[in-house]
Design a protein around this ligand. Structure first.
Ligand code: NAD
Length: 416
């Protein structure tokens, strides 16, 4: 719940509503675009290693496919439910349109705590879920990818389960291991894109990344690569956290070592000698220039938005800011670079990977990163220009661009 009793989907549709006003969207199109095309909930029975059976619920929501096959990640999290998956699926629709990649929007989720499961249990659950949704996915129909608590290994299992029926189909998922048709660069692409967009913003406002003090909540796929990339480009990462808590050092953290240790199973808080331990709540309101939420939904809310000290928030996570908080931040002059722009490097990299799979041709890493930076820069400039022209927030401008493109395609295809 986003405060005010709103579900995640209702909250995201509030952002939609604000942008729809800017582009004068008609009522019929409004109805089509604020609802989802298809939703499925599947039973996922999982045999645990001790012989017990648990039955968890899985979801796939396809929001809009006017511009191309549905596209979006799969999340394993206890809080995952249909309303959250709907919200995330709709964000994917606006994101793919904003970046002008030929996809629609979808999302998947399983309501489960995967941190307590063995590799065998995770594999059995992933295969069962893939079988459950296999009739609605396809390389030109719907292409899943990793998200919270899923990774390249999860995608390899999904690809294998799908290929068992339809023949070798690497393009059925993106974010695969490179040895199975994954793209060199995809794993880092979301975090890298976050920094591409931040750099574009800082440059436009006359600054550089050099010495900028950055705090990152969440040190998983997105957060760790964003922190590494920001540090490589001269910023000072003063705080990072994972679900167990955070670490702060005003002189800057050695994020390369933290990331390397994390790959070997260490928590951020295991590095107590490198700084002061802080809670996730403290990190969000701590002293920094730029805050990068890269973990869960609704982390910046009515209760803490007034205390955020950063002047810029780059939403690496999806839907980390509730509408109430967004208003408070806007009134305080805090610039929010919205999720559908900030973390779009992931789906853009996925588009590159999918295209490579279809053509059976792999790009070199340099080409991947250059094309990614170009697309992020183009999208940022379009958003910043429209925000200036309409005197609106970057979020409203980003939604407006995405909605306009999807509405045009939906009209041409005869949805309305
Ligand atoms: P991940 O599972 O790799 O990492 C999540 C991180 O958040 C971990 O460090 C975890 O410990 C931390 N975390 C979990 N619960 C937390 C809590 N209560 N408080 C603080 N930290 C907590 O996931 P990810 O793929 O990095 O995804 C993170 C966010 O980025 C999600 O919102 C996801 O939707 C979004 N995103 C991911 C991608 C992608 O390519 N993976 C693309 C676009 C957007």
């Amino acid at each position: 719940m986003a405060g005010n009793g709103l579900t995640a989907f209702q909250a995201v549709n509030q952002y939609f509503q604000e942008a729809a006003r800017i582009i004068d969207l008609d009522d019929e199109m409004y109805s089509v675009l604020t609802t989802t095309y298809r939703e499925i909930a599947v039973q996922v029975p999982v045999r645990l290693d001790d012989g017990d059976l648990v039955v968890v619920q899985g979801y796939r929501v396809q929001h809009n496919g006017a511009r191309g096959p549905y596209k979006g990640g799969v999340r394993y999290h206890p809080a995952s439910d249909l309303e959250e998956v709907r919200a995330l699926a709709s964000l994917m629709t606006w994101k793919t349109a904003l970046l002008d990649v030929p996809f629609g929007g979808a999302k998947g989720g399983i309501a489960v705590d995967p941190t307590t499961m063995s590799t065998g249990e995770l594999q059995r659950m992933t295969r069962r879920f893939t079988n459950g949704i296999s009739h609605v996915i396809g390389i030109y129909r719907d292409i899943p990818a990793p998200d919270m608590n899923t990774n390249a290994q999860t995608m390899a299992w999904m690809m294998d389960a799908y290929s068992a029926k339809g023949g070798y189909s690497p393009a059925i998922v993106t974010g695969k291991p490179v040895s199975l048709g994954g793209a060199p660069g995809r794993e880092a692409a979301t975090g890298r894109g976050v920094v591409d967009v931040l750099e574009a913003h800082v440059r436009r406002t006359g600054g550089t990344l050099e010495g900028l003090r950055i705090a990152v909540q969440g040190f998983g796929n997105v957060g760790s690569f964003a922190a590494l990339e920001a540090a490589t480009r001269g910023a000072s990462v003063v705080a990072v956290s994972d679900r167990f808590g955070g670490l702060r050092n005003d002189a800057g953290l050695d994020v390369e070592r933290l990331a390397a240790d994390q790959r070997n199973g260490a928590k951020v808080s295991d590095h107590e000698a490198d700084g002061d331990l802080v809670s996730n709540e403290e990190l969000l309101v701590s002293d920094c220039d730029v805050l990068i939420p890269a973990a869960l939904d609704e982390q910046i809310h009515e209760g803490n938005a007034g205390q955020v000290q950063a002047r810029v928030i780059v939403e690496a996570a999806n839907y980390p800011t509730t509408p109430d908080a967004d208003k408070i931040l806007g009134d305080r002059g805090v610039v929010v670079i919205p999720d559908i722009l900030a973390n779009a490097g992931g789906v853009t990299g996925s588009y590159f990977e999918w295209s490579m799979n279809i053509q059976q041709f792999t790009w070199k890493l340099d080409r991947f990163n250059t094309e990614l930076a170009d697309k992020m820069q183009i999208a940022y400039t379009a958003v910043a220009d429209l925000a200036e022209e309409k005197h609106c927030s970057l979020r409203a401008a980003a939604f407006a661009i995405g909605i306009q493109r999807v509405a045009a395609a939906s009209r041409l295809r005869g949805y309305v």
